[in-house]
Design a protein around this ligand. Structure first.
Ligand SMILES: Nc1nc2c(c(=O)[nH]1)N[C@H]1C(S)=C(S)[C@@H](COP(=O)(O)O)O[C@H]1N2
Ligand SMILES: [Mo]
Length: 220
């Protein structure tokens, strides 16, 4: 059974102003809409993006307390601070972002760290073949094979269009893999676990393909 991928802002906002009507329009129980109410529900979004979340509130980034854990099948588990992340070799790219529901944002400027550089100090064991990205927004998570994560235009991004990632876009760090649909681009990454095999992510458990190559996977 496949669930709907639902944008955060618009429906929740409409839910605030017209909960009953919204429920009728979308044919869903009122409960589904009101469950999404939160202080950030009416966040204004521009530039073609739609903000997706699965929890009621977005994680809040505290620059001094934030840590990125890298663990699992590695020789040296890591706990990176935000400053340490910014000190790793930096990469930039311009790529197009596709959500499986049909919207696209062209020419997004990303800055971040390639996974080869991010994982170097941790030293993945030979048995490590995949990564699970655990979001601070529970229970969102998704995985990539090591091979996919090491593609030349894949990164853990901390900046978008010249500025640090905003909270709705996953501050302070999100996965960017342009050849796959948006749901593989995990926001608010707090932990990367190296594993022997890829695990099904949030949307994959709900019916979407694990290998979410744009144009070559389900979800349309
Ligand atoms: N933590 C988390 N990451 C997520 C999602 C989410 O709901 N929670 N949605 C995914 C989907 S389906 C898409 S299309 C993109 C949307 O990115 P945006 O919210 O920055 O527009 O985020 C992806 N990463
Ligand atoms: Mo998406």
């Amino acid at each position: 059974m496949k669930s709907d991928l639902r944008p955060y802002g618009r429906r929740a906002f409409l839910g605030i102003v017209a909960g009953g009507v919204a429920a009728l329009v979308w044919g869903r129980p009122l409960q589904r809409v009101t469950a999404r109410l939160s202080p950030v529900s009416a966040f204004f979004v521009t530039g073609g993006w739609r903000i997706y979340t699965v929890a009621a509130t977005m994680p809040r980034f505290d620059q001094d307390r934030w840590r990125l854990r890298i663990d699992g099948l590695v020789e040296h588990p890591q706990e990176l601070t935000y400053r340490e992340l910014l000190k790793l070799p930096q990469a930039t790219q311009v790529s197009t972002f596709h959500c499986v529901t049909g919207w696209t944002v062209q020419n997004v400027h990303w800055q971040g760290v390639r996974f080869a550089d991010l994982l170097a100090a941790a030293k993945p064991l030979p048995s490590a073949k995949a990564l699970t990205f655990v979001s601070a927004e529970e229970p969102y998570a998704d995985s990539l094979t090591l091979e996919q994560a090491l593609l030349p235009d894949v990164m853990l991004a901390h900046s978008m269009d010249g500025r640090p990632l905003t909270r709705p876009h996953g501050a302070p760090a999100r996965v960017v893999i342009p050849e796959m649909y948006g749901y593989k681009n995990v926001k608010w990454v707090g932990r990367i676990e190296l594993t022997a095999a890829p695990a099904d992510g949030y949307w994959e458990v709900r019916g979407y393909d694990r290998d979410a190559y744009v144009g070559h996977s389900n979800g349309h």
